[in-house]
Each structure stands twice: as structure tokens, then as C-alpha cells.
Design a protein around this ligand. Structure first.
Ligand code: HEM
Length: 156
């Protein structure tokens, strides 16, 4: 039993060490994540369309959100498992949430990566991760399986 647990802990440590090395090779470390999250949400709050949507939900709770988002991106980048939240639920019933805002979110994220001097590899890696998550959020928030029903397309 103990050997099993030790084995699993060692396996997890190996995964994290490998992810850290992969990130380091792209110039990504804890300070990079800190700067990415601080700069990105600084811009989000100033954004004419995204700002009010975030503010409506996060007024008075920004410090907590920032801590969560740093844990989230560290977890994704370094595979630490430090983030244990429920992103889909967090995005439900947000006033003003709309599908087109995701493109603006992704554009701002890309601009932020350029602004903070992310390497080309880091830019590509973070954008691929963000796009993948954005796609799954959009599907869970706006997609209705009934749209695939041929009767919805050709009502008779
Ligand atoms: C139009 C796009 C988006 C909007 C308006 C939006 C808005 C929000 C808001 C208002 C919250 C706070 C929820 C709360 O604590 O009550 C939140 C949390 C969060 N968002 Fe987004 N978001 C967007 C896109 C994304 C994308 C693309 C990602 C990932 C790449 C993401 C990741 C997260 C995560 C991890 C949380 C924390 C969830 C938790 O509570 O554990 N969001 N978002």
C-alpha cells in the first residue's frame, strides 16, 4: 500500500518536473504566470465589452479571482493539480455573457502574451491551451444538442 502511494507520488513528481522543464525551455516560470495574469486582468477590467461583464460578477472579489487564476494557469502549465475549481459552473448565469465575447477574450490574451514578451513557443502554447478551454466553455454554455436535430433545420 505504502509502496503504491510512494509510487504514485513519485509518478506525479515526475510529471510536474517534466512540465516545469518544458515550460522553462519556453521561458515560462512562476513569475511569468504572475505577470501574465496581472497584466491580462488589468486589461480585461479596462476593456469596453469584457470589463463590465467581469465587474458585474467580481465586484469586491477581484483579489480572490486573481489568486484563483494564478493557481489555474500554474496548474495548466506545470501540471501541479493546484487548481481544483469548476470552470464551467463559474461561467454559468454571468450577466452579459455572450459567445462573441470569447473571441475578444482570446484576442486580448494573445495581445497580452506579446506585450509581456512571451517567446513564440510560449505564445503558441498558451494560445492553444486557452483556445481549447474557450471552445469547451462555449460548447457547454451555448451549444444545444437540439441544433443537430434535422427537424430543427427543416421544420415542417
Ligand atoms: C467571454 C469570455 C469569458 C468571460 C466573460 C469570463 C468571465 C468569468 C467570470 C465573471 C469569472 C468569475 C466567476 C465567479 O467567481 O463567480 C470567471 C472565472 C474563471 N474563468 Fe472565465 N471568462 C471567460 C473566458 C474564460 C476562458 C477562455 C478561460 C480559460 C482559458 C476562463 C477561465 C476561468 C477560470 C479558471 C475561472 C475560475 C473558476 C473558478 O471559480 O474556479 N475564462 N470567468
Amino acid at each position: 500500500m505504502n509502496t503504491d502511494l510512494n509510487g504514485r507520488a513519485a509518478h506525479r513528481a515526475e510529471i510536474t518536473a517534466r512540465a516545469e522543464a518544458q515550460m522553462a525551455a519556453m521561458g515560462v516560470d512562476a513569475a511569468f504566470i504572475e505577470q501574465l495574469v496581472e497584466t491580462f486582468y488589468g486589461h480585461i477590467r479596462q476593456h469596453p465589452d469584457l470589463g463590465p461583464v467581469f465587474e458585474g460578477r467580481l465586484a469586491g472579489r477581484w483579489p480572490d479571482h486573481m489568486v484563483k487564476m494564478k493557481a489555474f494557469w500554474s496548474s495548466v502549465a506545470f501540471k501541479t493539480g493546484a487548481y481544483g475549481g469548476k470552470p464551467v459552473m463559474a461561467h454559468q448565469n454571468v450577466d452579459g455573457m455572450a459567445e462573441h465575447l470569447f473571441l475578444q477574450w482570446l484576442q486580448l490574451f494573445s495581445d497580452t502574451l506579446v506585450e509581456i514578451g512571451a517567446s513564440e513557443e510560449a505564445h503558441g502554447w498558451f494560445m492553444a491551451s486557452a483556445e481549447r478551454i474557450a471552445k469547451s466553455l462555449v460548447l457547454s454554455l451555448f451549444y444545444n444538442p437540439a441544433f443537430d436535430d434535422p427537424r430543427m433545420r427543416n421544420p415542417s
